[in-house]
Design a protein around this ligand. Structure first.
Ligand SMILES: [Zn+2]
Length: 308
């Protein structure tokens, strides 16, 4: 089966999901389809003739190397059943507001909160697809701030800056902004918005011609706007409101600044798929990503957070 057919055949409801993935074998078979198009390959010599062993691992007929479908992926060396991972992916993708580590711990019966927290962060790293298309056509850009002001951190007393780009009626991109300096802004535009787009911003100085170019730039002075007119940045304002509500609701505002970029990725992942027909298919996308992303350890998560 090709990837699109696989995606289409993915369960759209929880009942279908339980029926399609009743055991380890079913989950493994599905991962083999997603990762190798149904034909397992040797992790060492890339040979495609392998034996399937009774423990679910594969042995290469050419070099004898043993591998598993999760080796070299984000699920690398997991000691927990794949069914649990599938369940975590399902809950994170399908629930409108995702799931907190605490809820995940409860649902899967983990002894430690740390395990659930690590799983969530591993899956969050799968919500950003490398090489994805930049936003195009009509794109609104705005900034907002989240979190509490914090006196104890001396000069870093301000809230966290978030840059928002939103296509009219479409996708969004969110970044934890370093500053409102022109060079940082230019970087945000470069990473997230195609040169052919038309960009609408307010009159803040940071949205200078140099930062926005070569995109066409529509600059509005919000203060001079007639109230009866449509808010020219309504899409950004909507995303900002939903995002803040999500951070407060699911995380009670406790999403740490250090990992904010990862939370933004997770939020945008679901938001950009909000119109997906058959909500379960959002989980299929996350599974595709999970076998494409390299292994990540707890140490990496703690010491090298996702870049803003
Ligand atoms: Zn081999």
């Amino acid at each position: 089966m090709n990837q699109e057919d696989l995606w289409r055949s993915f369960p759209t409801t929880a009942t279908e999901f339980e029926a399609m993935f009743p055991d380890e074998k079913a989950c493994r078979r599905y991962l083999v389809e997603v990762r190798w198009g149904g034909r397992p390959r040797c992790g060492k010599c890339d040979h495609d003739r392998v034996w399937e062993l009774t423990n679910g691992r594969f042995e290469c007929r050419q070099c004898g190397h043993q591998t598993s479908v999760t080796a070299g992926t984000v699920l690398h060396k997991t000691r927990k059943p794949l069914r649990m991972w599938f369940r975590a992916i399902w809950e994170m993708s399908v629930r409108k507001n995702g799931i907190s580590a605490k809820e995940l711990q409860r649902i899967l019966g983990f002894g430690s909160y740390e395990t659930a927290w690590t799983w969530m962060h591993k899956l969050r790293r799968c919500t950003r697809r490398e090489g994805r298309d930049r936003l195009d056509d009509d794109v609104q850009v705005d900034e907002t701030y989240v979190g509490r002001r914090c006196r104890t951190h001396g000069r870093g007393t301000s809230k966290a800056l978030i840059l928002i780009a939103a296509e009219r009626g479409g996708r969004t991109r969110l970044e934890h902004g370093l500053s409102l300096k022109e060079t940082d802004m230019a970087g945000f535009f470069l990473r997230n918005i195609a040169p052919s787009a038309t960009v609408t911003t307010d009159s803040l100085q940071s949205y200078s011609q140099r930062a926005v170019a070569p995109r066409s730039h529509h600059r509005v002075n919000l203060k001079q706007l007639d109230i009866k007119n449509e808010d020219p940045l309504h899409q950004c304002h909507r995303v900002a409101n939903l995002l803040k509500r999500w951070l407060l609701g699911t995380y009670h505002g406790s999403a740490s600044r250090k990992h904010l970029a990862a939370y933004l990725d997770e939020y945008a992942f679901r938001f950009n798929r909000r119109k997906t027909r058959g909500v379960g298919r959002i989980a299929a996308r996350l599974i595709q990503q999970a076998v494409a992303v390299r292994p990540i350890t707890y140490r990496t998560i703690v010491h090298s957070p996702v870049a803003p």
